[in-house]
Design a protein around this ligand. Structure first.
Ligand code: COA
Length: 132
């Protein structure tokens, strides 16, 4: 296994709360997949969950070595949850193509949040050689 990229990000939950207040439909549709929106519905700590996912998406973009550019869409990076609540990512669209092109086939994601802030780290890895 070869580490290809690492990214971290921190998000102020108040920023997410503001976006949700001002443009709820547009913000949710533009930034979150159906699964992410479903997870954060009716949760007591909804803003924190959404902020954690936002930080995770930005961390993934950093690990990919790109910003919010090169055809990378927020909804192409979806943070899913395993049986024990552990986050993992699903890439789609041009973001998945980019990850494949640079040899990424594994991700490790970690998210943490409190009332005021959310942080996330993303590590991207691929095979030792391009041929496995
Ligand atoms: C997983 C755990 C360490 C999370 O720690 P926390 O301080 O409560 O919460 P944090 O804000 O730091 O992290 C929350 C994020 O951790 C991640 N997470 C949750 N379960 C996880 C797991 N099993 N493995 C890895 N990451 C996990 C999620 O991304 C979660 O965010 P989300 O709900 O928005 O998706 C904690 O919930 C835990 O150990 N749970 C099992 C034991 C338990 O229930 N203890 C409670 C009594 S002490």
């Amino acid at each position: 296994m070869r580490i290809i990229g690492h990214g971290i990000d921190i998000v102020e939950t108040s920023r997410i709360a503001r976006l949700l207040d001002h443009h709820p439909d547009r913000f949710l549709a533009r930034c979150y997949s159906d699964a992410e929106r479903a997870y954060a519905t009716d949760k007591r700590r909804r803003v924190e969950h959404l902020a954690g996912r936002f930080a995770a998406k930005e961390a993934v973009m950093k690990a990919l070595g790109t910003g919010w550019a090169d055809g990378v869409a927020w909804t192409d990076i979806s943070i899913l949850r395993g049986d024990q609540g552990q986050p993992h990512i699903r890439l789609t669209g041009q973001t998945a193509d980019l990850a494949r092109r640079i040899g990424i086939d594994q991700w490790w994601i970690s998210i943490s949040h409190i009332k005021t802030h959310a942080v996330a780290s993303a590590i991207a890895a691929g095979p030792l050689s391009p041929h496995g």
